[in-house]
Design a protein. Structure first.
Length: 200
């Protein structure tokens, strides 16, 4: 069976698995695909978090040939409260991590029809982290709201496997992921097709 995992920011990862595969093995596959460590992964399906790592995908109730699940990075706790609630703490963490800052500065294109262009404000978030703590907190709040809306949309799509519109959106998400993969492959192995090459 094929599972589509969508992140909070609209990235999708398609993984083909056996329904009898245990969740912990699926999470290991996802770590390779998404670069999110197994220990930080939070996977939910149908509005509930899948927490039993030793259970098979079938035992966890994931059904359908093209089921869509939500993949989120677990939020670390600082002094007993989630770090995302403390925008200043997160801002300082971003400022102290040059690799994270570089990732935020990258402009990414939507990889899913379920994500809007407003989901891609990383460069703005990076700029706000450096210069405007109030704006940073506001962007963080907006991002959290968008993540909740994306999760609700995934729950709606999974609610009725016979809903033609939902299946069309899932199919489009998978198609766009394939297009993005092909584009990455072309840029890596055939960059000469994207620009003029002058032979010496």
């Amino acid at each position: 069976m094929e599972l589509t995992f969508m992140t909070d920011v609209g990235q999708t990862f398609v993984v083909e698995i056996d329904p009898n595969m245990e969740l912990e093995n699926v999470m290991a596959l996802l770590e390779a695909e998404s670069s999110i460590p197994v220990s930080e992964q939070s996977i939910s399906y149908g509005g509930r978090e899948l927490s039993n790592a030793k259970a098979t995908i079938r035992e966890l109730g994931v059904q359908g040939e093209n089921a869509m699940l939500m993949l989120r990075r677990k939020v670390a706790n600082v002094a007993g409260r989630p770090i995302e609630q403390d925008a200043e703490m997160m801002r300082l963490q971003i400022l102290g991590d040059p690799d994270l800052m570089a990732q935020l500065r990258e402009v990414s294109a939507p990889s899913s029809p379920l994500a809007s262009s407003s989901d891609y404000t990383q460069p703005e978030l990076a700029a706000a982290a450096q210069s405007n703590s109030t704006r940073f907190a506001e962007l963080l709040r907006q991002t959290r709201d968008r993540h909740l809306n994306a999760e609700r949309e995934i729950e709606r799509l999974n609610a009725d496997p016979y809903d033609v519109d939902a299946q069309r959106k899932i199919e489009e998400a998978i198609r766009q992921e394939a297009v993005a993969e092909n584009m990455d492959h072309a840029l890596e192995y055939s960059p000469e097709f994207f620009g003029k090459v002058t032979m010496l």
